[in-house]
Structure formats: C-alpha cells, structure tokens
Design a protein around this ligand. Structure first.
Ligand code: SR1
Ligand code: MG
Length: 386
C-alpha cells in the first residue's frame, strides 16, 4: 500500500499492521503535534502500562498547510540520523521501535513523562546541572563519529551521499540564513522592532557575515548534524531518580558544519536567558553556553586519539576546534535573529507580557555574535557581551 496520511482514528490499525500493538480494543490515541512541520500521535493502553509515539511526515509544512509543500523524504533523514545517534549516544535519544519508509512514519518511545526543555524553562524551571553537558557530549559523539576523524574516508563519502537532505537544508538556508536580512513575505515581527529589522536589512557588514555563514552551512561537510537543535528538540526530566536528557526530531540532519548544532543550542539558551531576565526568574541560564562547549570540547578531545594518524597531532585538533567555536558563535547569532524577525518565532519571547525589550536585547546580541565572532574567543567573552 502507498503513502497514507494517518488520522487519529487510523493509528490503532496502523500500529497493529506494523506489529507494534496486538490488542487494539485497548488503545487510546491522541494527536500531540506541536512542532512546525510534522504530525505526532501518542498511543497508550488504559492501564498506562504501554505507550508509543507515532511521528509522520506530511507532504507539506504542518503549520502552513498544503500551500507550503514539502517532501516527506525528511522522515528518511530523521530515521538515518537516529541510526547514527543510536550507535554513539543511545542514552540521549528516544528508543526507535521501527521506521516505515512507505508511510514516512517512525514509531518510537513515548517521552511524554519528560518535559520539552523550552516549556520547562518558559514555566520558570532551570536547566539543572547536566542538561547542557549532555547536549555538548551528544554533539561531540555524533560529530566525531561521522567526521573524517572518526570514520574511514570511503565510508564517510557514502554517508555524505546518503545523508543529503536538500529540501530541509533549503529551508534553513532561507528562513535562518537569508530571509531575515531581506524583504520577504515570511518575515514578521513586533512593531516595536521595526527600526532594528530595517537596520539589519540595510547593514552591509552584517549581511556579508551572514552570507559567509550561509556559505559555510552549504559547503562545509564536517559531520552529520542534528540540524535543528533548539530547546524544543530536547526533553528533560527524572527517571528512577536520575536526570535524563533526550534529543529528538533530527529531520533536518545532513552532513554540515558542527557549529550549526552548537550555535542553535546556544542561541536558544541565550534567548531563554533574556526571557528569564525580563521576568526576574534568572537561575543557571548564563552558564549553559560554557557548560555545553566544555562538554563538547572534552568529549571531542577524548575521542580524538582514535584516529590521530591521518591528522598527525593535536595541533590540528586545536585549530579545528577553534574553527568550530567561531562558527558556532556566528550561527548562534543567526538563530537568535531569525527567531525574532524571521518566519518561526520563539514562545520564550512571544509569551512575555512585553516582548520588546528582551527581543531588542537579543537582536543586538545576535548581531554582535555574527559580526564579532572572530574576536569572541571564549565563553567569558560572550558573557561580557550579554
Ligand atoms: C518552515 S519550518 C520553520 C522552522 O521550523 C523547524 O522547527 C525549523 O527550526 C525550521 O527552521
Ligand atoms: Mg522540529
């Protein structure tokens, strides 16, 4: 049977057909779609002993509808990314029960006992001691294993070819790395930001630096990325007394610059900090960039000896990590800006009683991260800017 778009009432039979659920007299399904792009269902039994999540890619952007068509092939990219992640960071992703390539649907662990990090933070929670360290480690584990340091050359060429994700990359190239700096129908912003939005569109230096980051995004095939590592792609919580962190939604995955993953996380951490500052609920927000970078760097350096022969010695590693740092800073700036004057905004700011002062601070910070990235050489330099 070909591609069927699943509705809530189709899910029980679908799960039985795929061998995930026998007794469909005892199954309750609800749609919990929340992201911009896909549809997600949760199925559980009455006693609450069993549950699974079903995520299906639609042939369009969910929040825009059929007027913005998008190939469901992105589900293949997501399944491939989970395959790689399962090899190197199985403790930081949901368990994947099966992928149905005909229907572009993944059946996976239900994470609804955990909270989406963005929601936890928006509700006044803190990051806690381990979240950013786990994120830094995950980025290092995935990026090292799929880089030329962690994979034989021919195998990596095959990975690059298999991981092309043209439509989703184009979305990023447009909505993150281009549209906010030109007039575009996708863009929108609070009227209190009119002057800054106009200033950014007229700022030749800023636009040239963004062009450079865009080109890096398009050409730098360093490692397999998550591709959309914002705080809405991370679940956190407690299980059996332990703090757990799970990263999901890697449908934007492709082989690109590592700094794009770190930069997205940093941008979202910095925006969460602006929200907390506006509400007077600041806790550990200001530590997260440093904690994730330190964990990333420590893990990447720990893995490095595995393939030191081809790249000679640590001098090249130092140079490589400096480049990753600088690009991460720049990509963080682009993510902040597009989330305020581009297509897809953040509830961190939109749900503030007055989003303008925090949004203005974030926009100016984003611009500085982009244009001064070569001179910002440490987390302390970024603290000084904030
Ligand atoms: C049209 S999609 C807009 C954004 O939603 C996704 O979550 C990505 O962040 C993308 O840039
Ligand atoms: Mg997503």
């Amino acid at each position: 049977m070909g591609y069927r778009i699943l509705e809530t009432e189709d899910v029980p039979a679908y799960l039985r057909e795929r061998g995930h659920w026998d007794d469909i007299d005892d199954i309750h399904v609800r749609e919990v779609s929340d992201g911009n792009v896909n549809r997600v269902f949760l199925a559980s039994d009455t006693a609450g002993n069993r549950s699974v999540a079903v995520k299906q890619a639609l042939p369009w952007v969910r929040v825009a509808g059929p007027s913005w068509p998008l190939s469901p092939d992105r589900a293949d990219a997501e399944a491939r990314a989970y395959e790689q992640l399962a090899k190197v960071a199985p403790d930081k992703i949901p368990a994947i029960h099966g992928y149905d390539a005909d229907n572009y649907a993944l059946v996976m662990e239900d994470l609804s006992d955990l909270g989406v990090l963005r929601t936890v933070l928006n509700e006044g929670g803190s990051y806690g001691p381990h979240t950013s360290a786990r994120i830094g480690e995950l980025v290092a584990q995935l990026s090292f294993a799929t880089s030329d340091f962690g994979m034989p050359s021919a195998e990596r060429k095959a990975l690059i070819a298999a991981s092309v994700n043209p439509e989703l990359c184009k979305i990023t190239e447009d909505v993150v790395l281009s549209e906010p700096y030109i007039e575009h129908e996708h863009n929108h912003w609070h009227p209190g930001l009119d002057d800054l939005a106009a200033e950014f569109r007229a700022d030749t230096r800023l636009r040239t630096e963004v062009a450079d980051l865009r080109h890096t995004f398009m050409t730098s095939a360093q490692s397999l990325l998550h591709g959309d590592l914002h705080t809405g792609s991370i679940m956190v919580g407690e299980r059996d007394g332990a703090h757990v962190v799970r990263v999901f939604d890697p449908e934007f995955s492709f082989v690109g610059p590592i700094g794009f993953d770190l930069g997205l996380y940093w941008a979202n951490a910095l925006v969460s900090e602006e929200r907390a500052r506006a509400l007077g609920t600041l806790t550990d927000h200001g530590d997260q960039l440093r904690l994730s970078w330190e964990a990333f760097e420590a893990e990447f350096r720990r893995l490095w000896p595995a393939r030191v022969d081809t790249f000679f010695d640590d001098a090249y590693l130092d140079r490589f990590l400096r480049r990753v740092w600088t690009e991460s800073v720049g990509f963080a700036g682009t993510e902040i800006i597009r989330r305020i004057i581009g297509f897809a905004h953040l509830t961190d700011l939109t749900t503030l009683p007055d989003p303008v002062p925090a949004s203005r601070r974030a926009l100016v910070l984003g611009r500085e991260l982009i244009v001064r990235r070569e001179r910002l050489t440490s987390p302390q330099d970024i603290r000084a800017l904030v």
